[in-house]
Design a protein around this ligand. Structure first.
Ligand SMILES: *Cc1c(COP(=O)(O)O)cnc(C)c1O
Length: 465
């Protein structure tokens, strides 16, 4: 007890050294695993029973806590980089990027202001320049890494709304309106709520067309039209990998003078390969773009990005004022301040894992890794087409494949999902697809990110149906 009393939180003692070695060993073993355990959730009560009290006045020791982590908690979490984890949008961070996430933590860099985080922010910005170059947006366009696509979308929507209000004092008191389609990600609606904007949805899950947008705008009464401040198109829908008609939508936005946001949180990765780049024609005309490096650009969580055609407009919307912050605005400290372009003040330099991995491997390797995801989707598409009991719901798009088993009801898909997950074999979840007649069909869905997924993995999963 007395021994414990003399110890302090930041002590560098033998316990700490041992813990450092144990954790380093664990990290090395986790990131070198090629077939990690898939993991399966347990209820909170079950976990509590297994772990016992973990937070106590005197601590349970690092050794004990780490045992609990390794033996109970880690296995109760899904390994989203598992090669047969094909649900939602999986992840497959490169090993170099994961290692540099540790460096980001260990370096204690405050990534809000250049004055404090210059070196880290410089590295982030190198990666950002590459991201911006993928979009083909004009000179001057730039962006910042966010906690994810949701925060990126929110930052863009706030910028758009503030810009719209700055153009006409009458807009100050109006509730803004955003037009998007039902293919848009749920975060668009959620973030519209945060900004108290209304969302109007074009009722098609297929590619949103410029003509549909134009028609929708033309049908607005004058009062409603005066509230329209932004259009959100999707560069790779989360459900099916569909890319809206970005170029035609750009034309409409330019003509109507409304902010054009493209949400390419998932699909943006496909900008790296000439094989799919042309599908995004028109993205260079956007006012803002969301791309999540933690999805298809192999960064660890969490790392999104928002890019603006005119970053100054974002700064007008997001720069924070405070007597304690004034020092950052002095000329001596002038530089790029990431906090001024998105909603967050204090932030880790979450772009440096991407920077390090890009610097180490070069951009060509990213091209190949993304192309593998697209190839896997095509391979899966062929296997499904050639299978007597399976059918594609639609042709694979980017790395998403929607398919059905003939005769299956929604419960069959659910049951199959849990069986495979529980067995530690695969995590593939059902989704719904809105048909042209307006009804929904429950079907199975693959989303490929991990280049280590094998053709055999796909075959085995299809065989399990
Ligand atoms: C995943 C996704 C988002 C949300 O991104 P988070 O990083 O989960 O916040 C937004 N839009 C699209 C198209 C997505 O696929």
């Amino acid at each position: 007890m007395s021994h414990n009393k003399s110890r302090r939180l930041h002590d560098l003692d033998i316990n700490l050294i041992e813990m450092t070695l144990d954790i380093t060993k664990y990290v090395i073993s986790r990131i070198t695993e090629t077939d990690p355990k898939l993991g399966y959730f347990q209820s909170e009560e079950e976990l509590k029973k297994l772990t016992g009290e973990t937070i106590t006045a005197d601590g349970i020791t690092g050794e004990k806590a780490f045992e609990i982590w390794k033996n109970i908690l880690a296995p109760a979490s899904a390994a989203i980089d598992h090669p047969r984890h094909l649900a939602f949008v999986p992840a497959a961070p490169s090993r170099a990027a994961i290692m540099f996430d540790l460096v980001a933590s260990a370096s204690s860099i405050h990534g809000a202001y250049w004055m404090e985080g210059a070196g880290g922010i410089f590295a982030e910005n190198q990666a950002m320049e590459w991201l911006v170059s993928l979009t083909g947006m004009p000179k001057g366009a730039f962006g910042v890494f966010t906690s994810g696509g949701t925060a990126a979308n929110l930052s863009a929507i706030v910028t758009a709304r503030e810009y719209w209000r700055s153009k006409d004092p009458a807009n100050e008191s109006k509730k803004g309106l955003i037009i998007t389609s039902i293919g848009a990600h749920s975060s668009i609606k959620a973030m519209a709520k945060v900004t108290d904007a209304e969302v109007m949805l074009i009722d098609s899950e297929e590619k949103m067309l410029g003509s549909e947008l134009e028609e929708t705008i033309n049908q607005l009464d004058e009062q409603t039209r005066s509230r329209l401040f932004a259009v959100v198109a999707t560069g790779g829908t989360t459900n099916a990998g569909i890319i809206d008609e970005l170029d035609e939508i750009a034309k409409v936005c330019e003509k109507e003078e409304v902010w054009y946001h493209i949400d390419a949180a998932y699909g943006g990765g496909a900008l790296v390969t000439p094989k799919t780049r042309s599908l995004f024609k028109g993205i260079e005309r956007a006012d803002s773009v969301t791309i999540d490096p933690h999805k298809w650009l192999f960064s660890p969580y969490d790392c999104g990005a928002v890019i603006y055609k005119e970053p100054e407009l974002a700064k007008k919307a997001h720069a924070q004022e405070g007597s304690y912050l004034e020092i950052f605005k002095d000329t001596g400290a002038n530089g790029f301040n990431p906090s001024e372009y998105q909603i967050q003040l204090t932030r880790r330099v979450r772009g440096i894992p991407l920077w390090f991995s890009l610097a180490m491997h070069g951009t060509k390797m990213y091209e190949k890794a993304v192309e593998r995801g697209i190839e896997l989707a095509h391979i899966a598409g062929e296997m499904i087409t050639n299978h007597p009991d399976l059918e594609l719901v639609r042709e694979p798009s980017l790395s998403c494949v929607l398919f059905r088993k003939k005769g299956w009801a929604p419960d069959d898909y659910r049951h199959w999902t849990y069986e495979n997950h529980k067995a530690g074999f695969a995590l593939v979840t059902p989704t719904k697809w809105k048909k042209r007649d307006g009804s929904y069909e429950t079907c199975a869905r693959f989303c490929f990110i991990n280049p280590d997924t094998t053709n055999q993995d796909i075959q085995d999963i299809l065989d399990s149906m």
